[in-house]
Design a protein around this ligand. Structure first.
Ligand SMILES: [Zn+2]
Length: 73
């Protein structure tokens, strides 16, 4: 699944640069909840690693994906 941010495409299931478990292939650096129809959010609730706090960095955009919308921080 791809999220279009103001500064490029972000692959939600990709591995973050500062992944806390770089040798583990089971976890997700961002855990998806909801559906893309409007409730989609990502956070750190689930099988994840220690990196970040659920925020995403894509180019110059840094923020969160909550309830289907991006929030910069
Ligand atoms: Zn990770």
């Amino acid at each position: 699944m791809i999220c279009v941010t103001p500064d490029g495409d972000w692959y939600i299931d990709s591995r973050t640069r500062n992944c806390g478990s770089p040798n583990d292939s089971k976890h997700r650096c961002w855990v998806r909840h909801g559906t893309e129809g409007g409730t989609l959010r990502v956070d750190k609730n689930g099988l994840t690693c220690s990196a970040d706090a659920g925020s995403l960095q894509c180019g110059d955009f840094h923020g969160f994906l909550h309830n289907g919308e991006l929030y910069s921080c």
